[in-house]
Design a protein around this ligand. Structure first.
Ligand code: HDD
Length: 759
């Protein structure tokens, strides 16, 4: 076999047959022998993984990443072949009868190539079509054996590999990242007792209470069927028609109109399991649980004007940010927290825990941190991993179980069903990114694209011919559903109905709105104004305003005024005349400001404007300081390439004012050096750059010679309140740098914001 393998095209799927290692799966955490041969450390994230995380985690990470090695293909040093492994002599010309003659049907090489190409696309996801994935690991803080027997939570320090996919919901696969939309936050845990998918969103509530309404919701928000517009946007008639007729969506609309719907980065948004789930321990005792992902980098969002501009200049804004953070070793990290409560506690709440339009205020049930997730490796191939990954709300492991949330019930059905058409048959669990680390044995057979070669003649159970295998695991090892009591009142029997508490649609919408800071509230009002101003039917706008009156009169008035509604419509009639008193009326943790983050300025992009003739020393000092703190400083100039500074040194510009406009950066530095400043002043892009930074409330550092640029851009020297603007730092000494760094850490300085914008 040695001689056979040597010098032959190496097919990594068939390691066993070619006499390399047997192709068995490595134990979780083990580094497979083939890894060193096949995987060349090609990305920075691979090279960096151990040094940067510095924990056992990298090993855990390798557990999934390693099993994928059996299918990773590296063509280095190999000849080009057909799919049958036949070497191809000429990949330039089709087979013809004479140089100028017709192409021959016989050309199987041409036909194989074109046929495969013709089928390169698969259907996109019906929702969440646009997404970005990453590998990583989950690390458990402490054993949770009292609460759950779920494998990831059994030991302190235990590592479980994960694959995560973030997504927008409404847009098509090639749509922009910065649409106003919910973000998907789907985590596949490759546990050592099978795959568990926590398929969540970046908002803790949902539009509807029952899966029966999901197709209606999606048809309403997707581009309108007659002309297929607008793309990746909810600002159109059908969406607002539907939601204004569905008062249960009001709470979710508050979230969707908030800046949560335009995250600055996937690394700066929360994630939520949304539904109530159950934890089940080894004794079979169960408690209810809600899952929360809290980003270590804090919660930071864009502002609308910025998101709109970014979608033109960089439609891949969030995807690029995720990729670059991982390549740079600034791994996105999230803490997993749980709200745990009993059935008795749940019964006493003023809302129903089976209602996905309600959250449980953290002030009522605190969030207990139980572990952390680090994303430390980019996929090798977008299609094979991010596109083919199949998440499913029904994928749970022993220790996790469902509640009776009727939205969840529909999801338990929908995901497998959708993958069957999207991924072409029932065997998508065999696609490498979807395979569990545990072995799979059952009597399911055949179907499209079957990979496993089942041996023997037994495909049924019970059997004696196969020695009774595979055999039932029994309750100690296998999945056992919680024997939850069914509450249907005897007299009710089978019904199509909802419990009464589901009908309170406004208490939590109010709670959310009242818990926002003034600038967050202003952004919510502006978002309603914008979206509804795109609605062409006045009756829909009015209906929405009538619904908002049940949330906040002030909000309703503000929105109505900007829609030209002079006579306020009556508040929408409520389904319930009296609702149980809410436990909390303010929940500070619902504000984005509640989580500024622990990672300082890491990952923030800072533009240092330069041109021929700028003063270099101060810029270089600042550049290295920012770099040291984990920020991404970039020299931006009228053109890319080398520039000569005031003292004749050379600075290389990374980007131009044209190819990376101001709104792509989190902060701006205006240089010293009069000649350079004069050159910048001649370029209209410079003033737009400054204006956008100011309008989007981002910090600006102004070195003395550049104060003229601030005047030219008509930047007000003081805040509207008359106070100094803490986001504008003049000078370059150490205290100015310190002030600038803390201004960047704060991200935005909304106290300068006016509506409409002054600049
Ligand atoms: Fe869903 C995809 C999250 C309700 C049916 N959903 C999908 C994805 C996420 C969510 C993150 C993308 C997974 C990926 O990256 O591949 N969905 C949610 C959340 C919901 C929710 C948090 C409410 C709490 N979904 C929901 C309902 C249904 C679906 C009620 C149907 C009854 N969702 C699907 C789907 C998708 C999907 C049609 C499309 C592509 C896919 O599953 O793989 O089955």
């Amino acid at each position: 076999t040695e001689t056979l393998a040597a010098g032959r095209p190496y097919n990594p799927i068939k390691t066993g047959e070619h006499g390399f290692d047997s192709g068995t799966r490595p134990a979780p955490g083990a580094v497979s022998a083939s890894a060193s041969r096949l995987a060349t450390a090609s990305t920075l994230s691979e090279q960096n993984s151990s040094a940067k995380t510095g924990t056992e985690a990298v090993q855990g990470n390798n557990a999934t990443v390693d099993t994928l090695d059996r299918v990773r293909v590296d063509a280095a040093g190999q000849v080009l072949t057909t799919n049958q492994g036949v070497a191809i002599a000429d990949n330039q010309n089709s087979l013809k009868y004479g140089e100028r003659g017709p192409v021959l049907l016989e050309d199987f090489i041409l036909r194989e190539k074109i046929t495969h190409f013709d089928h390169e696309r698969i259907p996109e996801r019906i929702v969440h079509a646009r997404g970005s994935g990453a590998h990583g690991f989950f690390e458990c803080y402490e054993p949770l054996t009292e609460l759950t027997r779920a494998a990831p939570f059994q030991e302190a320090g235990k590592i479980t590999p994960v694959f995560v996919r973030f997504s927008t919901v409404a847009g098509e696969r090639g749509s922009k990242d910065t649409a106003r939309d919910v973000r998907g936050f789907a985590v596949k845990f490759y546990t050592d007792e099978g795959n568990w998918d926590l398929v969540g969103n970046n908002m803790p509530v949902f539009f509807i209470q029952d899966a029966m309404k999901f197709p209606d919701l999606v048809h309403a928000v997707k581009p309108e069927p007659h002309h297929q517009m607008p793309q990746a946007a909810s600002a159109h008639d059908t969406f607002w028609d539907f939601v204004s007729l569905m008062p249960e969506s009001t709470h979710m609309l508050m979230w969707l109109m908030s800046d949560r719907a335009i995250p600055r980065s996937f690394a700066t948004m929360q994630g939520f399991g949304v539904h109530t789930f159950r934890f089940v321990n080894a004794e079979g005792q169960s408690v209810f649980v809600k899952f929360h992902w809290n980003p270590k980098a804090g919660t930071h969002s864009l502002v609308w004007d910025e998101a709109v501009k970014i979608s033109g200049a960089d439609p891949d804004y969030n995807r690029r940010d995720l990729w670059e953070r991982i390549e740079a070793g600034a791994y996105p990290e999230y803490e997993l927290g749980v709200q745990v409560f009993t059935e008795q506690e749940a019964d006493a709440f003023s809302f129903d825990i089976l209602d996905a339009t309600k959250l449980i205020p953290e002030e009522l049930v605190p969030v207990r941190p139980i572990g952390r997730m680090v994303l430390n490796r980019n996929p090798d191939n977008f299609f094979a991993e991010t596109e083919q990954v199949a998440f499913c709300a029904a994928h749970v492991v022993p220790g996790i179980d469902f509640s009776n949330d009727p939205l969840l019930a529909g999801r338990i059905h929908s995901y497998v069903d959708t993958q069957i058409s999207r991924l072409g048959g029932p065997n998508f669990h065999e696609i490498p990114i979807n395979t569990p680390l545990t072995q799979v044995h059952n009597n399911q057979r055949d179907g499209m694209h079957r990979q496993a070669i089942h041996r023997g003649k037994v495909a049924y159970e019970p059997n004696s011919l196969g020695g009774g295998c595979p055999f039932q695991a029994g309750a100690a090892q296998g999945f056992v559903s919680v024997p939850a009591r069914i509450e249907a009142r005897a007299a009710q029997g089978k019904v199509r109905a909802k419990p009464e508490k589901f009908a309170d649609h406004y208490t939590q919408a109010k709670l959310f709105f009242n818990s926002q800071s003034p600038f967050e509230q202003a952004h919510i009002a502006a978002a309603f104004r914008f979206e509804l101003s795109k609605v062409t039917v006045p009756a829909i706008r009015e209906r929405m305003v009538s619904s908002l009156r049940n949330v906040s009169e002030e909000l309703a008035n503000q929105v109505a005024a900007k829609l030209g509604i002079t006579e306020m419509p009556e508040p929408m009639p409520k389904a319930l005349t009296s609702t149980p008193a809410a436990e909390v009326n303010m929940s500070p943790s619902l504000s984005l400001l509640a989580r500024p983050g622990e990672t300082g300025i890491q990952g923030r992009k800072v533009a240092l404007l330069v041109a021929n003739g700028v003063e270099a020393e101060s810029l270089i000092k600042l550049h290295s300081k920012l770099f040291e703190l984990g920020a991404v400083p970039r020299f931006v100039a009228p053109h890319i390439g080398p520039l000569t500074t005031s003292k004749g040194a050379v600075i290389d510009a990374d980007a131009s004012l044209e190819n990376e406009p101001g709104f792509l950066f989190d902060a701006l530095v205006l240089p010293d050096g009069e000649r350079g400043v004069r050159e910048l002043a001649k370029d209209g892009h410079t003033l737009e750059f400054i204006k956008d930074q100011y309008r989007h409330c981002k910090p600006i550092m102004v070195m003395t010679a550049s104060t003229v640029l601030m005047h030219m851009a008509q930047i007000p020297p003081l805040l509207p309140s008359g106070n100094e603007d803490p986001g504008i730092v003049v000078g370059i000494d150490d205290s100015a740098i310190a002030q600038f760094v803390s201004a960047i850490a704060r991200h935005r300085h909304p106290e300068r914001e006016t509506d409409p914008p002054a600049v």
